[in-house]
Design a protein around this ligand. Structure first.
Ligand SMILES: [Zn+2]
Length: 292
């Protein structure tokens, strides 16, 4: 009955009341999961009809699909995030994906500073539109939050705004990374990347930087599982490999290359280098060497 109540209230647009009791009210992410199988070996019936999902004991609930649901539904988890919104995550069992046809194309990718990444083909992969704007807004809100008195109503309101913006940024980022990783996997047989010290980076206090690092880390995760699904290869280059400092044409090493130098000419062979493209080409070459 508790759940019937809760969903009836959601439908009326009353988001903050009637949610069933969770184990701990202090949990930031409150959630409940349906069982995969009952004691009598029967399976809960969960069905999706357009924009509605039928849940056991609850019935039909309206929801917004973030992506296509394929395969057989095993269970669903309903959760409430700190901003107060409800999410349903659906666990499906899917048949073995069909491997893509092999291609001879490969690519190296260098993580960008201003942009998301640069490829060995000199493609600049921009961060999603509005991203910078959201980041600035988030930094501003967080400064406001730190000045508000603990336990005050104003503080709670600001905290909710911060949580909503975090969610918006995360959703924009996930969507962007899903599309990008799918495209790169479709186009290339081998993708070469840098191994970044994510643990060390998470401790970084610069907000924009920490978001970029988190993006990179989930991007690498997506590429890894998609490469297994579709029969592609990912080659990870050691983080101490001097990808920026080597001339990709003759191998000369620019020992004291400063971060501010964006373009340079190799004194040995005269090649003109864009710092990031050169790094991406070196990552590609080194990645190929490692798997050959
Ligand atoms: Zn050179």
């Amino acid at each position: 009955m508790a759940y019937q109540n809760f969903f009836r209230k959601i439908k009326k647009g009353n988001k903050n009341h009637g949610f069933p009791k969770f184990k701990s009210k202090k949990d930031n992410n409150k959630s409940y999961r349906t069982q995969c199988m009952y004691r009598d070996n029967s399976v809960p019936s969960i069905e999706i009809k357009e924009n509605k999902i039928k849940l056991p004991k609850i019935g039909l609930v309206k929801f917004v699909k973030s992506r296509e649901i394929i395969g057989q539904i095993k269970n669903v988890t309903v959760s409430q995030v700190p901003s107060g919104k409800y999410f349903i995550s659906i666990l499906c069992e899917i048949p073995e994906p069909i491997k893509l046809l092999k291609t001879d194309k490969g690519i190296g990718i260098d993580l960008g500073i201003k942009d998301f990444a640069i490829t060995s083909e000199a493609e600049i992969i921009d961060n999603p539109k509005y991203y910078r704007k959201y980041e600035d807004k988030l930094a501003k809100l967080q400064r406001q939050l730190s000045k508000k008195q603990k336990g005050s109503n104003n503080r709670n309101k600001t905290r909710l705004k911060v949580a909503r913006l975090h969610e918006k940024i995360a959703n924009t980022r996930t969507d962007f990374l899903q599309k990008l990783s799918t495209r790169l996997i479709n186009e290339n047989q081998i993708i070469c990347l840098e191994d970044l010290n994510i643990e060390g980076m998470v401790k970084n206090h610069n907000l924009a930087k920490s978001i970029a690092d988190a993006s990179w880390s989930s991007f690498v995760t997506m590429l890894n599982y998609k490469s297994i699904w579709y029969g592609r290869e990912i080659s990870v280059v050691d983080r101490y490999f001097p990808s920026s400092k080597l001339c990709n044409v003759c191998g000369w090493k620019y020992v004291n290359l400063d971060l501010s130098v964006r373009n340079w000419i190799c004194p040995e062979c005269g090649s003109n280098h864009n710092r990031d493209v050169n790094a991406a080409i070196n990552i590609f070459k080194e990645g190929l060497r490692l798997i050959s």
